[in-house]
Ligand binder design. Structure first.
Ligand SMILES: Cc1ncc(CN)c(N)n1
Length: 225
């Protein structure tokens, strides 16, 4: 079995639990609180900006021209393409998107997640370590969206476009990310493979916490209350 396939099987229970968490279930019912959506957008706008910058840190770690070109396209996609999914959420919240993101915020959970990725980008010279920390970003959303679509009819649901976007748009990216990780894993030591696994799993857990952060309206003050 390919290394990334093994990783994906190991995190399946985490993804199922994200699907069952209140943020996603609120989307399934179409009654997620507008406050949760706004909180999510404030954090996610900043998260995606940093995510794009982390792609740029991978460029010096790659040798193949095609790979570098793909990363540059992904920077554009994160900065300009994924905003489509954000607009769907802002429309639901009935607040102007630019107004929401004007005061974006780093909450404890989103702050921790992004620093997990930066740490790996600066700590390890091979891109695979950072990619394992980044891959749950597209992978978790793709899998959650596929579960949503398989289990429910989204016609008439205000989140339909969000679900369709993540169910379809992550495929090519996952193929590239899996390819890089599998290639490195083939000749990696046991200790290195353990770090790759840990990074991937931790980011899946960060994804779960990110949705819950928005649902519970987390702030720096609320975590010490
Ligand atoms: C936190 C987070 N994780 C994943 C995605 C989907 N790229 C996102 N927009 N935000």
């Amino acid at each position: 079995m390919m290394f990334t396939q093994q990783l994906k099987e190991e995190v399946e229970p985490i993804i199922e639990s994200i699907y069952n968490d209140p943020f996603i279930q609120g989307m399934v019912r179409g009654d997620l609180s507008k406050e949760a959506v706004i909180h999510y957008l404030k954090a996610d706008h900043l998260y995606l900006n940093e995510f794009a910058k982390i792609y740029s840190l991978l460029i010096p770690k790659l040798d193949d021209k095609e790979g570098i070109k793909f990363l540059l396209e992904q920077i554009d996609f994160v900065m300009n393409g994924e905003v489509t999914a954000h607009y769907t959420l802002a429309d639901y919240a009935q607040v102007d998107y630019k107004t929401i993101i004007k005061d974006g915020e780093w909450y404890p959970t989103s702050d921790h997640y992004i620093k997990h990725m930066y740490f790996n980008a600066y700590r390890y010279s091979d891109a695979a370590f950072t990619i394992c920390a980044m891959a749950p970003c597209p992978y978790v959303y793709q899998q959650v969206a596929l579960k949503m679509k398989e289990r429910h009819d989204f016609n008439g649901n205000p989140f339909k476009d969000w679900v369709d976007f993540y169910a379809t748009e992550m495929k090519l990216l996952m193929e590239h990310l899996d390819g890089w990780v599998d290639e490195f894993a083939e000749h990696a030591s046991e200790a290195e493979r353990a770090v790759l696994t840990k990074n991937f799993k931790e980011s899946c857990i960060h994804e779960k916490r990110f949705f819950n952060m928005a649902y519970t309206q987390e702030t720096w003050e609320s975590v010490v209350e």
